[in-house]
Design a binder for this molecule. Structure first.
Ligand code: PGA
Length: 250
């Protein structure tokens, strides 16, 4: 995986095919000359094909917001790696806090998704992060370790080479509350140290996510151990996202 800072837009359940295509076309010129960062788009499933038409032959990578671990079968509501590949995707997000906390996906289920997709040479951005009550009771790393455990248990070096982590404190997602630089640095360091103790595979790049915007992205990207950002709201904002890209490229 590249050493450039990653700016991954998580478009969540926003933008149907025509609006997604329009936005991708607006953002595409910004990405043409990038040398220090990469831009990836993660539209909702039904908009992937439309965005793929726009980003074909560009450096922008296209991903999905979730993925199932088997190829096909009776799994209502799910999509597989081969289906996503056919639409132009090369990665998926797993374990996003909205999947864990709104849709009750357990760390075991998230690990199944993650390991299954990695085994098919699909890149995966695995999200971890604590709730406010966890942070307030000093349990941030404990929670993250539990979330990582079922993945680490079966991770081989070849699977790990396709993995990216995203640290997203749940209380910072979509709230406008950003973790302090010190909190981000400390948690990323904690994840790296834990990884080194628990796995023989090198620690994957770790993105930070949670209310990233044009005002904080510069400082966040300078934090040691931050490999880029997973960006929700600001990634579909026509003025904010170009500013974020310009700052990351400086
Ligand atoms: P946010 O979302 O930037 O809107 O806080 C981040 C995410 O959910 O990945």
């Amino acid at each position: 995986m590249s050493n450039k800072k990653l700016l991954v837009g998580n478009w969540k359940m926003n933008l149907g095919p025509s609006r997604a295509k329009e936005l991708a076309a607006t953002f595409l010129p910004l990405t043409r000359t990038l040398t220090r960062c990469e831009v990836w788009f993660t539209p909702p499933f039904t908009s992937i094909n439309a965005v793929a038409e726009v980003v074909r032959n560009s450096a922008v990578r296209l991903g999905a917001q979730n993925v199932h671990w088997t190829e096909s079968g009776a799994f209502t509501g799910e999509v597989s790696v081969s289906m996503l590949r056919e639409c132009g995707c090369s990665y998926a997000i797993t374990g996003h806090s909205e999947r864990r906390h709104v849709f009750a996906e357990t760390s075991g289920l998230v690990a199944q998704r993650t390991l299954g997709a990695l085994a098919l040479n699909f890149d995966v951005i695995l999200c971890v992060g604590e709730k406010l009550t966890d942070r307030e009771s000093g349990k941030t790393l404990e929670v993250i370790k539990d979330q990582l455990a079922p993945v680490l248990k079966d991770l081989t070096p070849s699977l790990a080479s396709h993995l990216i982590l995203a640290y997203e404190p749940v209380w910072a997602i979509g709230t406008g509350k950003v973790a302090s630089i010190q909190d981000i640095e400390q948690t990323h360091r904690g994840i790296i140290d834990h990884w080194k103790q628990s796995s023989t595979t090198p620690c994957p790049p770790i993105l930070y996510g949670g209310s990233v915007d044009q005002d904080n992205v510069g400082a966040i990207l300078k934090v040691e151990g931050v490999g880029g950002c997973l960006i929700g709201g600001a990634s579909i904002h026509p003025e904010k996202f170009p500013k974020i890209v310009a700052i990351a490229e400086k």
